[in-house]
Design a protein around this ligand. Structure first.
Ligand SMILES: [Cu+2]
Length: 221
């Protein structure tokens, strides 16, 4: 009898261990980290292409707002984690498909920490966005530890015509570009500072607190 209990207890422990390991493994690898550092040669720049959508349209939270990233192979991935090389010029392009609203903190309407302190919005170079006018701001791309902030002008169309992300460029969108120098090796959290978590307290829950949606890490390797 004692032997049988020991066997059952051992098997139970193994099963629990496997469940925990599988769960941790999932948490470690999801969302995936895209590698923009592989094969990088000194002096080369890195292109990082993103899109912001009003709702991701699939997965556990299809109604959540989200960022997506274009992998080096051109495929769009639902992730906000990137490996980039150190002390390297990063050229960022964001296809912005979401509608906007006024910023709660107008300071974030400044373009900060980019090359020249500017961004381009649909081809026009600007350094400030007044989100109390017109379309407002849909999201921000902000890396607080690096002093980088880029407000993303809202889409004039409030209807989400795209449906399921990734969105094709035939749908209404704004194109935002900017560049910045990656710092030394380390992990730099970035996030959106426009409370876009609709249905959550002050809009700051849900996607605003979830890596893969409105938060991520710039992993300088
Ligand atoms: Cu946002």
């Amino acid at each position: 009898m004692g032997k049988r209990i020991a066997v059952v207890a051992t098997l139970f422990c193994i099963a629990v261990g496997l469940v925990i390991f599988t769960a941790m493994d999932y948490l470690r690898s999801n969302p995936p980290t895209l590698n923009f550092a592989a094969g990088h040669k000194p002096g080369q720049t890195v292109d990082l292409t993103l899109q912001t959508v009003g709702s991701i349209g699939f997965g556990t939270h299809p109604t959540w707002v989200s960022y997506l990233t274009q992998a080096p192979d051109g495929k769009w991935e639902h992730t906000t984690l990137w490996d980039v090389p150190a002390h390297t010029m990063i050229h960022v392009t964001i296809f912005q498909y979401d509608s906007g609203s006024p910023l709660r903190n107008q300071f974030l309407g400044h373009v900060l920490g980019t090359v020249g302190g500017t961004m381009t919005l649909n081809g026009k170079t600007i350094s400030l966005v007044n989100s109390n006018n017109g379309n407002g701001v849909a999201h921000t791309f902000t890396i607080p530890t690096l002093g980088i902030d880029v407000p993303l002008w809202g889409n004039s169309s409030t209807a989400n015509l795209c449906g399921v992300a990734p969105c094709a460029t035939k749908y209404p969108h704004n194109v935002i570009t900017f560049s910045f120098m990656s710092p030394g090796v380390g992990q730099y959290p970035w996030q959106c500072f426009l409370p876009c978590g609709l249905g959550f307290l002050y809009g700051n829950g849900g996607p605003m607190q979830s890596i893969g949606y409105m938060d991520g890490f710039l992993k300088v390797v």
